[in-house]
Ligand binder design. Structure first.
Ligand code: FES
Length: 144
């Protein structure tokens, strides 16, 4: 196959995949998955948690707490695109909230921002919310 044909084929495959993604996921989910916020680790986090879900993917969340406010929040994941979107949203939701407010963040709150996820990705929102909760529990264990 000539290089040009190969490039054309690659382009076709990519646009097919993009079309499939657009049918399955909301625009907001795709945006958060492709340009996630708060990716990374904090140098000296006030609290941290890492959870591996039943799918085998892991999310880690670091919190920086000042006073009683989550002033910064970062995540990393080796999971699917939906888990990246959920990590991005859950960390955005947590930032600026008090520990008590953030501990009330649920998977449904994440889904509401994303405009829902397909059935097979609902556990990704659960995993992100559970990891946030575990990081908050980690903070409470030391400071409460
Ligand atoms: Fe495992 Fe999404 S498939 S977190």
């Amino acid at each position: 196959m000539k290089n040009q044909d190969f490039d054309a084929l690659l382009g076709e495959i990519e646009s097919e995949i993009q079309k499939d993604e657009e049918e399955i996921y909301t625009e907001r989910t795709l945006e958060e998955a492709h340009n996630p916020k708060n990716v990374g680790e904090l140098k000296s986090p006030s609290a941290a948690a890492r959870i591996t879900g039943s799918c085998g993917d892991t999310i880690q969340i670091h919190l920086k707490v000042e006073g009683d406010i989550i002033s910064d929040c970062k995540f990393i994941t080796d999971g699917c695109g939906a888990s990246i979107a959920c990590g991005s949203v859950v960390t955005e939701l947590a930032k600026g909230k008090t520990i008590e407010e953030a501990s009330k963040i649920t998977p449904d709150d994440v889904l509401a921002v994303l405009g829902n996820l397909p059935e097979e990705n609902l556990h990704c929102a659960q995993l992100a919310a559970n990891t946030l909760k575990a990081a908050i529990d980690d903070y409470k264990r030391v400071h409460y």
